[in-house]
Design a binder for this molecule. Structure first.
Ligand SMILES: O=C(O)CCC(=O)C(=O)O
Ligand SMILES: [Fe+2]
Length: 283
């Protein structure tokens, strides 16, 4: 597997971004996305502890403890946000907050950022926060709604590995799922020989960096230190991609949920077998 260093700039104009990255759907790390945001200074562990410490949060454990074809949607435990932040500060922990909608509890925080004019069709109703402890990671997946994602880092560092959608087969993509079978923490090419052919990108995000992940891009995220980011999403405006996104969310996920319920072990074994078959046809 080859991982290229992702393009990185401090400043890029909106026109250059659109022409060289957004329209050709090329990923990029840049800083100017959030240059006008108050949140960049304001949002710290201390600020959230003082101002939102009592908000109850659903905390998720390590994905590696789940079955390889299961997506755990049940949180490990519920605790006050402030207590969770103290856990993050204390040292390594597998606990993560995923798709956390703090703005439901604190709508005034929406005034701390805007939706910059780098892309059209923002999904303004759902800015999501992601927190994680040192050593935690997010399994390799793509987002079902196929939106373009702008992930901005506020504290700590994370490693982001990206693959274009056309690499799906070599990634052992599970059918009827947006997950890969490959554990990117230790990519094992004995177990998954087709990953030898992969070409992806990697970067490290620090405070103030935004990574642009184009529509349908695979992403694997490793929290090098504890930290947090916010994802702003913008819908893919092409009709075929919109239809695909609707299929993923409305049809594909429903079939997967239903068959998991009806034939759990057999469905699971089928998905693993099929992913392997498709991937190893590329060899
Ligand atoms: O940063 C993270 O923890 C996960 C981000 C992610 O998967 C997303 O923004 O779609
Ligand atoms: Fe994601």
């Amino acid at each position: 597997m080859k991982l290229l260093t992702l393009d990185r700039v401090d400043y890029i104009s909106k026109e250059d971004f659109k022409q060289h990255y957004f329209l050709p759907q090329k990923p990029l790390v840049f800083k100017s996305f959030s240059e006008n945001w108050k949140a960049r200074e304001l949002w710290t562990y201390d600020f959230f502890k003082k101002d939102a410490g009592d908000v109850p949060v659903d905390v998720f454990g390590s994905w590696t403890k789940n079955h390889p074809t299961k997506i755990s949607r049940t949180p490990q435990k519920v605790m006050p946000f402030g207590e969770y932040l103290s856990l993050l500060e204390a040292g390594p922990t597998e606990y993560r907050l995923f798709l956390f909608d703090l703005f439901k509890h604190k709508p005034e925080y929406r005034k701390h950022f805007d939706f910059p004019d780098f892309a059209p069709a923002w999904v303004k109703t759902h800015p999501f926060l992601f927190f994680g402890g040192e050593g935690s990671d997010v399994r390799l997946h793509f987002d079902l709604d196929l939106s373009n994602v702008f992930l901005t880092q506020f504290a700590g560092k994370k490693r982001v590995v990206l693959f274009a959608p056309d690499q799906s087969e070599s990634l052992y993509k599970q059918p009827f799922s947006s997950h890969s079978n490959v554990d990117m923490r230790n990519p094992d090419d004995q177990k998954f020989p087709a990953i030898k052919n992969l070409v992806g990108y990697e970067c490290e995000l620090s405070r103030g960096d935004t990574v642009f992940m184009p529509s349908g891009y695979w992403h694997y995220i490793q929290y090098t230190t504890s930290g947090f980011s916010m994802a702003l999403r913008c819908l893919n405006t092409s009709y075929t991609q919109k239809a695909r996104a609707a299929y993923n969310v409305l049809v594909m996920k429903t079939i997967d949920d239903l068959l998991s319920k009806m034939a759990d072990e057999r469905w699971s074994a089928y998905k693993l077998r099929k992913a392997k078959e498709v991937a190893e046809r590329t060899l």
